[in-house]
Design a protein around this ligand. Structure first.
Ligand code: ZN
Length: 443
């Protein structure tokens, strides 16, 4: 019977819907923001070991084994890393795996080797929560049903709890049907997507360098339409996310000539950054989102922290404003006798995250196999999956980023965001459809 293997896998995933619901709600309750995902990773690792991924020729790469340490961006300080490690252990992180993910090494890659010739396929899901305080309003389902985040200021408000769950069931399904598959599948569980900080460390570790087909997933809103799977032709905006520290010298406000006023440097900096003249390289967006400054009414301010970002709709546009902004930071500080330090907290290049012909091919497959499929639309995106797509496409491979659609009661990143667990199996089923198709086993 045609596509019998895919049908069996699809039925198996349906049978795991109850488990997926519980798994997602547990991740939701124990939301871990970027570089905090120790508990999440340990649960994924334990699942993979129980499935047999640790037995040769299959492999599990944990933490340092699949991450380039120096490419991690926007890491929390050691005190915070120590705190969240202990918290993860207190909340049931699984040993001995938890140790592998300590100190900001919260990435994991499962490698399925079938032992038969075939393509090398990469599948990516991200695991981190956002810096959002979740709503406790009883109208918010997670609050009503008792699985709202127990970590104030950390919330799965972008559906990555769903992505992690999808990845775990894909790993399970592929292993269950391994004898009927061919080639290699690398299932990537990525940290710190929010703030575009984590993907680069995995892409630059080299683990994806031999991947021929790379596929990423994200939840997406159904917007009242009857679709389960969606596609796009997306190009990632070029991003630079900075924390700027200005240092001056404090003194009594009655004799300000004895100090160097970092507050004035900050004011000049903010005005200057927004005043960068437009150029013909493409649209840009600038935001200074947070300023923390000063210690008292009668004290000249000596320390300022500025949280800001720069975006270009083309790479040339960012390449124009980024050095311009750097000059403004340095000179605004120097103008008032202060010094400036820029810490890059996140960055992505402007790069297409999909190969349009490959998207069309997988979209046609999705329709043929009976998924309710939304056609691709062109758009801009901010996804650090870009680093993985770029790494694979620059080596002659192909990339597609699809959406697992669900009903959203509120937009992504809102305090009352939620997804419907009944939609998660569709994401896992499409991954398995694409994998078996690329192996030549589904038509
Ligand atoms: Zn997201």
């Amino acid at each position: 019977m045609e596509n019998e293997l895919f049908k069996q896998m699809s039925d198996y995933i349906d049978s795991r819907a109850g488990w997926m619901k519980e798994r997602r709600q547990d991740f939701h309750k124990h939301a871990e923001a970027g570089w905090h995902e120790v508990r999440t990773c340990s649960i994924v690792a334990d699942h993979l070991v129980k499935l047999g991924y640790d037995k040769a020729p299959c492999r599990i790469l944990m933490g340092r084994e699949c991450m380039a340490a120096e490419e991690r961006m926007g890491l929390p300080d050691q005190e915070e890393l120590d705190f969240i490690y202990q918290r993860a252990l207190d909340e049931g992180a699984i040993m001995p795996y938890a140790e592998k993910f300590k100190d900001g090494f919260t990435g994991i890659v499962a490698i399925l080797e079938t032992g038969k010739p075939g393509p090398i396929i990469g599948l990516r899901q991200d695991m981190d929560a956002l810096g959002v305080v979740e709503s406790q309003d009883p109208a918010h389902r997670p609050a009503k049903e008792g699985f709202a985040s127990i970590h104030p200021g950390e919330m799965h408000a972008c559906g990555h709890d769903g992505h992690t769950t999808i990845g775990m069931v894909v790993a399970e399904t592929l292993m269950k049907f391994k004898d009927q598959l061919c080639g290699t599948v690398k299932i990537v569980f990525q940290p710190a997507e929010e703030g575009v900080r984590g993907a680069k460390s995995i892409a630059y570790s080299g683990v994806l360098d031999d991947v021929k087909y790379m596929i990423g997933v994200h939840m997406g809103p159904r917007r009242g339409q009857d679709y389960d799977i969606g596609f796009g032709y997306d190009t990632n905006m070029a991003n630079a996310k900075w924390d700027v520290y200005l240092t001056g010298k404090a003194c009594h406000a009655a004799s300000p000539e004895n100090g160097n006023n970092a507050m004035l440097a900050m004011a000049a900096l903010v005005q200057g950054i927004y005043g960068i003249p437009r150029a013909s390289y493409g649209n840009t967006a600038i935001n200074v989102g947070v300023v923390e400054a000063g210690s008292g009414r009668n004290v000249v301010c000596d320390r300022v922290k500025i949280v800001m970002e720069l975006r270009g709709y083309t790479q040339a546009a960012l390449d124009y404003i980024e050095p311009y902004a750097r000059r403004i930071v340095e000179h605004a500080a120097a103008m008032h006798g202060c010094t400036a330090e820029i810490k890059v907290m996140g960055a992505t290049p402007c790069y297409p995250i999909d190969d349009p012909a490959f998207v069309d091919e997988l979209c046609a497959l999705s329709k043929k196999l009976g998924f309710k499929t939304r056609d691709p639309q062109a758009g801009t995106n901010s996804e650090d999956y870009t680093y993985m797509a770029q790494r694979v496409m620059e080596r002659g491979g192909k990339s597609c980023f699809f959406r697992c659609l669900s009903d959203y009661p509120a937009p992504g990143h809102a305090v009352n965001y939620d997804i419907q667990e009944k939609d998660l199996p569709h994401g896992a089923q499409f991954f398995c459809a694409a994998v078996t198709y690329l192996m030549g086993l589904t038509k």
